[in-house]
Design a protein around this ligand. Structure first.
Ligand SMILES: [Zn+2]
Length: 195
């Protein structure tokens, strides 16, 4: 299901249809390339921010079709593992009716952490696209990958930097706003994005 443009699964009212209609009129032939899917991941990040979560979004694509997407939701789900990638993988697994998603691509706005990358290996994701780098918690930028790669029995192709600027701008804006409101939390939200 194309959740990125699903304005509420029960949203079949006039307003929802109008939004869908306008979108497809303005972009009638939008090419479904990597940038298209990363923009969809960005829309999930924006939705996460509206829920008060650190804005990170992810989309799983197979054979050119979105089979799962998700936004960061550990606070609202009371689930420490509810990172955007995990949410998207769970939905994709349900949709596919399998825990292996061979041949699938995962798009995420922020470089994955160790947990999420490991889940992608379990799912046999073929290719990972990510936007902004995360020097603190990112599996590659932190140097963690080189230390643990020997434990992985599956190789994931990686492309970084796709729409990195809007992805990082979203995160920076989120944390700036929180600091402005005096809501800085040590060992809390900031740990999700290494600033
Ligand atoms: Zn993660």
């Amino acid at each position: 299901m194309d959740r990125a443009f699903d304005y509420g699964s029960k949203g079949w009212g006039f307003e929802s249809l109008q939004v869908r209609f306008c979108f497809f009129r303005v972009f009638p032939k939008m090419k479904k390339d990597a940038a298209y899917f990363m923009k969809m991941a960005l829309s999930r990040a924006v939705a996460a921010e509206r829920r008060g979560e650190v804005p990170v979004g992810a989309v799983v694509v197979r054979d050119g079709r979105v089979i799962g997407s998700g936004g960061n939701a550990p606070i609202s789900d009371c689930d420490p593992s509810a990172h955007a990638e995990i949410k998207a993988l769970r939905r994709a697994g349900k949709k596919a009716g399998a825990y292996r998603l061979n041949g699938a691509e995962l798009y995420v706005t922020l470089e994955p952490c160790l947990m999420c990358y490991s889940a992608m290996v379990q799912a046999r994701i073929a290719k990972l696209f990510y936007g902004a780098g995360d020097p603190k918690n990112g599996i590659f930028a932190s140097g963690v990958f080189d230390k643990v790669k020997h434990i992985y029995n599956h190789r994931i192709a990686v492309e970084s930097g796709l729409l990195a600027l809007p992805s990082s701008t979203l995160l920076s804006g989120f944390f700036q706003a929180r600091r402005g409101a005096g809501a800085v939390e040590r060992d809390g939200l900031e740990n999700r994005y290494g600033e």
